[in-house]
Design a protein around this ligand. Structure first.
Ligand code: SAH
Length: 253
């Protein structure tokens, strides 16, 4: 039988926001591998497992370790926050897989921060949208700038992942400066910190205000499109439905 590794998206952090399939797989696994913060979140819930954590920035090592454990015949689950195929390790696992032909992979989807954060803010992604990561660790900043400009020119609602890191504090400000070349300063925006975890904080603001905000690495940022509004404190992007005036229809019965 071939070895198997499950690449599991665990959602934003709370168990209720994990899928039943993800929970079943973690219950069945012998070893759970992941980034330190996520392993700590799982420690209490999934007892009796071998839990292996590796720090951030050691992604290749973490993935190799999964293959090595699987080759020993163990059932291995690699956990990623949100969805493992959205700024996660799923593609790297497939790339490395060419060196481990005896091991099969399965990706288990999870709720990504765009979805869980949008739900907290209201309905900011209710039309065409795109996600852009502001991390320039693996992507040149010029490419990120090009994508921001194209998204703004295309009137997409935009979700920004990785708006800040320990080292780079000004990425969001630089991104807002590019967006402000295309969008009005009053464009409705919002951000959510610690989605699905203790201390969830959601804020709505304008693009001009967003430029001045210091966010942290556990924040997801939302920029509305031309049809977005802040209604009753919620950020929403209209789809274009026409709402008729309420009419009273009187019938015979
Ligand atoms: N695979 C993940 C994304 C990993 S990239 C997913 O699908 O959600 C890391 C970025 O995701 C963070 O910088 C932040 O922008 C966002 N993020 C992930 N989890 C989050 C959470 N619980 N609260 C707020 N933002 C989160």
């Amino acid at each position: 039988m071939r070895n198997k590794i499950w690449i599991v998206g665990m959602g934003p952090g709370r168990e209720e926001l994990m899928t039943a399939e993800a929970i079943n797989i973690l219950e069945e696994a012998d070893v759970i591998v992941g980034y330190t913060v996520y392993i700590d979140l799982l420690r209490r819930r999934f007892t009796g497992k071998e839990l292996v954590s590796t720090p951030m920035r050691q992604e290749v090592q973490r993935c190799r370790l999964c293959y090595e454990e699987a080759e020993k015949g163990k059932r291995v689950a690699l956990v990623c926050s949100g969805d493992a195929g959205i700024y996660g390790l799923a593609s790297l696992m497939y790339e490395l897989g060419e060196r481990y032909p005896g091991t099969e992979l399965a990706v288990i989807p999870g709720i990504t921060a765009a979805s869980s954060g949008a739900a907290v803010l209201g309905a900011p992604l209710n039309h065409d949208f795109c996600t852009i990561s502001l991390s320039d660790l693996l992507t040149p900043w010029e490419t990120i700038e090009k994508r921001l400009a194209a998204a703004a020119a295309g009137d997409f609602a935009i979700v920004l992942y990785n708006p800040a890191s320990h080292k780079r504090k000004d990425h969001l400000k630089r991104a807002c400066d590019i967006l402000l070349r295309y969008l009005e300063p009053e464009r409705p925006c919002g951000y959510v910190e610690n989605i699905g975890r203790e201390g969830t904080k959601a804020v709505t603001c304008t693009l001009r205000e967003l430029r001045e905000i210091q966010v942290n690495m556990f924040t997801t940022v939302f920029i509305g499109n031309s049809q977005s509004q802040i209604l009753g404190g919620k950020l929403i992007t209209k789809r274009g439905y026409r709402i008729e005036r309420d009419t009273v229809i009187c019938g015979d019965n």
